[in-house]
Design a protein around this ligand. Structure first.
Ligand code: C2E
Ligand code: MG
Ligand code: MG
Length: 253
């Protein structure tokens, strides 16, 4: 069966899952939210990872349905946790290019929010700089619409795509996510140290907050903290987890 057919069947049979990776503050390592990451279980008990199917879903347009499902599932899950644990938790959801420029995006978001009761002001969308730059003027329009709903915006994988600093200034974004490829070789690689500290200083000068992805070691965390990076995600704190394990984490921390 072709992949797009398998994906579509899997969605209708409820086979896709959402895993959640904690986002922590670097100052005190408190969980302030989660990023929703899609997983597709296979018959052999392995997971198909997003790299192997998001691209194809993007090409066929299926990502619009899958992304809508992820948004609904994650907002409902997170609203449940907010109520159960009595704390404000932010949710970050990835938006691919096809979803970002889809005419029905705002309607899908409004429906997911009203069905779940999750607040727009606790939601962040992550858009890669390549997606944002492709058709930058139209992107700014969509970003403004999302901002007007109260949603936060993050530029994902920052530093790996092509972006122009003049657009960075014009995009109504709140957070820069430093790509894990720059974090990986901290503190050994002097170039990466320079790039990371420069990205953080530039982001702060532009009034943006910074989240570092892929933090795996204590020295990486310490360097980022010294540079004033506000938030982090990575295996040092937690891998992306199924809901039951997030609940254990929320009970104990
Ligand atoms: P991303 O949004 O940049 O997500 C970060 C990726 O880094 C995730 O991979 C996560 O599991 C991984 N990661 C987290 N901490 C560490 C770490 O400490 N070290 C390393 N080496 N990796 C870490 P994942 O889950 O395989 O997702 C890959 C990409 O697929 C995501 O990159 C995102 O662009 C896309 N994606 C995932 N779920 C969705 C979705 O629901 N919708 C859309 N449109 N894209 C999605
Ligand atoms: Mg992301
Ligand atoms: Mg990323």
């Amino acid at each position: 069966m072709p992949m797009h057919q398998r994906m579509s069947n899997a969605l209708s049979y409820g086979e896709f899952l959402v895993y959640y990776q904690p986002v922590v503050t670097l100052a005190d390592e408190r969980i302030v939210g989660f990023e929703a990451l899609c997983r597709w279980p296979q018959r052999d008990n392995t997971f198909a990872m997003p790299e192997t199917f998001i691209g194809q879903a993007e090409t066929t347009g299926f990502i619009v349905q899958l992304g809508d499902w992820v948004l609904r599932a994650a907002t409902a899950q997170m609203r449940g946790w907010q109520q159960e644990y009595g704390r404000r938790l932010r949710l970050a959801v990835n938006l691919s290019g096809r979803q970002f420029l889809h005419f029905n995006l705002v309607k899908q978001i409004e429906d997911a929010l009203s069905l779940s009761g999750f607040y727009a002001t606790d939601l962040d969308f992550e858009i890669t700089e390549t997606v944002a730059m492709h058709n930058a003027e139209e992107s700014i329009g969509v970003m403004r619409q999302l901002k007007s709903l109260g949603i936060g915006l993050a530029l994902d994988d920052f530093g790996t795509g092509y972006s122009s600093l003049s657009y960075l200034k014009r995009f109504p974004i709140d957070v820069l996510k430093i790509d894990k490829s720059f974090v990986r070789d901290i503190p050994e690689d002097a170039n990466d140290l320079a790039i990371v500290s420069a990205i953080i200083a530039m982001a702060h000068a532009l009034g943006l907050r910074v989240l570092a992805e892929g933090v795996e070691t204590a020295p990486q965390r310490d360097f980022l903290r010294e540079c004033g990076c506000e938030f982090a995600q990575g295996f040092l704190f937690s891998r992306p987890l199924p809901p039951s394990e997030c609940e254990q984490l929320l009970t104990t921390s």
